[in-house]
Ligand binder design. Structure first.
Ligand code: F6R
Length: 598
C-alpha cells in the first residue's frame, strides 16, 4: 500500500519529490528517495509525511539524474526511518522501492541471514535487494537477477531498482500491484499512478501483469518473467494535470465532491457495447461484492435489482465472501472497487473464479488488477480520486451498476423499451440536479457546524437508502472521528435505541419514496427519547420539516435515484465536520487510498 516513483531526467531530486507529493494519497507514514551519484547510491528517508521530510532535507548534498522514491503505508514493520524505503543490499549497491506484500518473506529472510546477509529493517521488501545481491554474486546481470528473485518471491510486487552495477537504468517489475511507465524527450519515468508522471509526459503505458521493464534515458525494454520480449503499448493519456490536482479547492475531497456532476455525466455515457458485454455474463444467481464504500454501492444496487427487475441479488462484503458462498455454479460475481487493487476484493474474485463464477468488474482504474481478473469490466468515469474518502467514485459506481442492470433488464425482457428509455431519461437529469444540491453547500455547512461537536451519531434509513445511511456514517467517522453508526431504521429499536438520550444526533435519510411513511414512525420513536433530528428530505416536504430539528432538501427525482441525491449532502456534512474539528479530510489517520492487505 505505497507509492513508487522513478525517473531518469535532469533535476531528478526535484522531479522525485514532486512525484512523491502526488502519490502521497497512496500512503504517507514514511517517505524516501535514492539517487545515483558518481556511482554511489545516496539515500534519504524518514518516518512521517513528505512536508516534514522536505524541511529536514539537505538539498545541497543531493544531485543526480537517476532516482527512485517511495511513499509508504506500513504493512510489515512499523513506520520508522529503518523501515522506510528505499532498501539496500549488504554492499549499498542495489536500492529498491516496493509496493505490495511478500508472502514468503520470513523464510527467505531466515535463509539469507544464514548466508550472512545483514538486514537493516523489519520489512518484507528488503529481501528483494538481498536476493538480487545473491544472484548477482552468481554472475547474473541485474535483469536476470531480478527475474530469479521474482520467481522465488510470492505475493504482490511493483518495484523499481537502481544499482551502481548497471548505472543509467531503472529496473522494474509488476505483479498484482499497479505500475505505469512514461516517456518523453525530457526523461523516462515509472510510477504507481498517473498523477506523478503526467506533469512530465502524457505518453504512458500500463505495465501488464508479470512484466519486467528496464528503463533507460532514451527508451524502455520489457519482457515477461520467462524472458520473452513484451512490448509496452504506449498511448497519449487525455488526463491533464489539473484533473489530478486540487484545482483551487482547499482539499481533494471537496474538489472531488464538486466534480460529481461531470463524473456522473461521463459515466452515463459508458458505451453500450461494454454494458452488453457485461450483461451477457449475468447468470441466474448474482452476487455483488466490494469493500467499504464499494460494498455500500453493492448493497444499494441489490435493492434496485429487486425493485426494478424483480430478481434477487446478494451483496456480500468481500472479506467475508469465502466464508459464505461454497460454490458459484451458474453464478456471476460483480466485483466493485474504485482502485481495482483492494486485496479483499481481488481475493474474493480469485476464489469465486476457482468456483466457476463469471466475473464482472466495476472499477475506476483502467489497467488495474480487477480489469485483468474479470471476464468483462466497466470503467466508471470519475477521473482519479485522490482524497482517501471515496466520494465521486461511489456515485459513479451506483450509476454504472444501474446502467448495467437496466441494460440486462432490457436484454432479458424484464424491462420494456419504453420503461428503459424513461429511466435513462431520468438518469440524464442527475448531473443538473446534483449541481443544484452542491449550490446549497452553505446550508449543509451551517448544519455541519451546528453538530460538529457531537461525539456520536446514528444514520438511519430504509430500503436502498440503508446503504446511504451506512455510507454517511462511514464518511463521517473516517474523516471527522465522530463515532457514527448506520442502521436500517426499523432495526434501531432492537438495541441501538438504548443509546439515545436527549441531544443524541439521529440523521434520517427520508426522501419521498416508498419508505417515507415508515421512516416518519422511526423519527417519532427517536424524538420521543429526546434525540436531535437532522433529516435529508425531498424539497417541500412540510411534514418532515415540522418534525425535524434540521433538514436539508434534495430535489424531487425518479425514486431509483434518491440514494445518489441523498449521498451528496452527507458527503458535504462529513467534509465540513472534519474541517471544523481541525482534521485534514484528505489524510484520515490509519487509512490509505488503496488497501492492498488482507
Ligand atoms: C471509504 C473508502 C473505503 C474504500 C474501500 C474499498 O471512504 O474509501 O472504504 O471504499 O477501501 O476501496 P476500493 O473501492 O478501491 O476497492
Amino acid at each position: 500500500m505505497c507509492g513508487i516513483f522513478g525517473c531518469i531526467c535532469e533535476n531528478a531530486v526535484e522531479v522525485l519529490l514532486d512525484g512523491l507529493r502526488r502519490l502521497e494519497y497512496r500512503g504517507y507514514d514514511s517517505v524516501g528517495i535514492a539517487l545515483l551519484n558518481n556511482n554511489n547510491i545516496l539515500i534519504r528517508k524518514d518516518k512521517g509525511k513528505l512536508e516534514d521530510f522536505l524541511k529536514n532535507l539537505d538539498f545541497e548534498s543531493l544531485s543526480g539524474s537517476i532516482g527512485i522514491g517511495h511513499t509508504r503505508w506500513a504493512t510489515h514493520g512499523a513506520p520508522s526511518r529503518e523501515n522506510a524505503h528505499p532498501h539496500l543490499d549488504c554492499f549499498g549497491r542495489i536500492a529498491v522501492v516496493h509496493n505490495g506484500v511478500l508472502e514468503n518473506f520470513l523464510s527467505l529472510r531466515e535463509e539469507l541471514i544464514e548466508r550472512g546477509h545483514k538486514f537493516s529493517s523489519n520489512t518484507d521488501s528488503e529481501i528483494i535487494a538481498h536476493l538480487i545481491e545473491e544472484f548477482v554474486k552468481m554472475g547474473l546481470s541485474l535483469k536476470d537477477a531480478l527475474r530469479e528473485t521474482i520467481n522465488i518471491v510470492k505475493g504482490s510486487i511493483a518495484c523499481a531498482i537502481i544499482t551502481t552495477l548497471e548505472p543509467g537504468k531503472i529496473f522494474c517489475y509488476r505483479r498484482e500491484s499497479p505500475l505505469i511507465v512514461g516517456i518523453s524527450r525530457n526523461g523516462t519515468f515509472c510510477s504507481s499512478d498517473m498523477p506523478a508522471i503526467i506533469p512530465y509526459t502524457k505518453n504512458i503505458a500500463i505495465v501488464p501483469e508479470d512484466t519486467i521493464v528496464v528503463i533507460e534515458r532514451n527508451g524502455v525494454y520489457s519482457e515477461s518473467s520467462s524472458g520473452i520480449e513484451r512490448k509496452l503499448e504506449f498511448f497519449e493519456t487525455n488526463l491533464d494535470l489539473k484533473s489530478a490536482e486540487r484545482g483551487g479547492y482547499p482539499h481533494f475531497m471537496i474538489k472531488e465532491i464538486f466534480e460529481q456532476p461531470r463524473a456522473i455525466s461521463d459515466t452515463i455515457k459508458i458505451p453500450e457495447v461494454y454494458l452488453d458485454r457485461a450483461s451477457k455474463l449475468l447468470r441466474d444467481r448474482i452476487y455483488l461484492t466490494g469493500s467499504g464504500t464499494s460494498y455500500h454501492a453493492c448493497l444499494s444496487t441489490s435493492y434496485m435489482i429487486s425493485k426494478i427487475l424483480s430478481i434477487e441479488a446478494f451483496p456480500i462484503i468481500s472479506s467475508e465472501l469465502q466464508e459464505m458462498i461454497p460454490n458459484f455454479d451458474e453464478s456471476t460475481l460483480i466485483a466493485v472497487s474504485q482502485s481495482g487493487e483492494t486485496a479483499d476484493t481481488l481475493n474474493a474474485i480469485r476464489y469465486a473464479k476457482k468456483k466457476n463464477a463469471k466475473i464482472v468488474g466495476i472499477t475506476n482504474t483502467l489497467g488495474s488488477s480487477i480489469t485483468m481478473l474479470s471476464d468483462a469490466y466497466i470503467c466508471t468515469q470519475s477521473g482519479p480520486e485522490i482524497g482517501v474518502a471515496a466520494t465521486k467514485t461511489f456515485v459513479t459506481q451506483l450509476i454504472a451498476l444501474d446502467l448495467l442492470f437496466l441494460r440486462f433488464g432490457l436484454i432479458s425482457r424484464r424491462l420494456n423499451q419504453s420503461d428503459y428509455n424513461k429511466i435513462l431519461d431520468e438518469m440524464k437529469k442527475l448531473p443538473k440536479i446534483v449541481e443544484k444540491i452542491l449550490n446549497q453547500h452553505q446550508k449543509i455547512k451551517e448544519i455541519s457546524l451546528k453538530y460538529s461537536s457531537k461525539q456520536n451519531a446514528f444514520f438511519l434509513a430504509r430500503g436502498s437508502n440503508v446503504a446511504i445511511a451506512l455510507e454517511g456514517a462511514l464518511k463521517l467517522k473516517e474523516i471527522s472521528y465522530i463515532h457514527a453508526e448506520g442502521y436500517p431504521a426499523g432495526e434501531s429499536k432492537h438495541g441501538p435505541i438504548a443509546l439515545v438520550e436527549p441531544g443524541f444526533l439521529c440523521i434520517f435519510i427520508a426522501p419521498k419514496d416508498r419508505t417515507r411513511e415508515k421512516i416518519i414512525g422511526n423519527i417519532m420513536e427517536m424524538k420521543a427519547r429526546g434525540a436531535e433530528i437532522f433529516s435529508i428530505i425531498t424539497e417541500g416536504d412540510e411534514e418532515l420539516k415540522e418534525i425535524s430539528d434540521s433538514y436539508f432538501e434534495v430535489p424531487q427525482c425518479y425514486e431509483l435515484f434518491y440514494p445518489i441525491l441523498c449521498t451528496i449532502p452527507l458527503q458535504l456534512f462529513a467534509y465540513y465536520a472534519a474541517t471544523f474539528r481541525g482534521f485534514d479530510p484528505d489524510k484520515p489517520r490509519n487509512l490509505a487510498k488503496s488497501v492492498t492487505v488482507i
